[in-house]
Write a protein that binds this ligand. Structure first.
Ligand code: CMP
Length: 140
């Protein structure tokens, strides 16, 4: 399987509870390497742009409010089959459905406050990485 890069966000519920390191350890233990990382305060404009695909969903307002409520950590993760591997490490979107040992099973509070975001495809990973990082910020 080919080497890939994927995009990750450690969300406000996790940064607020000081879980950044614990979550990064899950990625590293799972074989992914952090090749770019920054802690940012997302603006409403940025959150609405990032989640534009969900703009018609009933939870869109709540989702954007949440994503700007505390700092987030945006990252690029690199490794073999990184998109699928990251999704495996994160677990299901709803923590009630997440497998044992996954980030969402251990740390997520609810489907909204679910601790991490990860790209759902290689195509979206590229778009999402470019939404937050320029080439010089990614050092593999
Ligand atoms: P994420 O992977 O960041 O992509 C979209 C997010 O919307 C998702 O994780 C969830 O956190 C959030 N989401 C999905 N469904 C709901 C819901 N029913 N209520 C609130 N938030 C949701």
């Amino acid at each position: 399987m080919a080497n890939q890069r994927t995009f990750s966000i450690i969300k406000p519920d996790a940064t607020k509870r000081n879980l950044t390191g614990a979550i990064i350890k899950k990625f590293e233990d799972g074989g992914l390497r952090v090749v770019a990382s920054k802690r940012i305060q997302m603006t409403r404009e940025k959150a609405e742009g990032f989640y534009a695909v969900h703009s018609e969903r009933p939870f869109f307002g709540e989702l954007c409010d949440f994503m700007i409520s505390e700092p987030v950590v945006v990252q690029v993760l690199d490794g073999e089959n990184a998109v699928a591997k990251n999704r495996e490490i994160m677990g299901a979107t709803n923590p009630a459905d997440a497998d044992e040992g996954t980030i969402r099973k251990e740390f997520a509070l609810s489907i909204g406050e679910n601790s991490v975001h990860g790209s759902d495809s290689l195509e979206n990973a590229k778009i999402e990485i470019e939404f937050f990082f320029n080439d010089a910020e990614i050092v593999g």
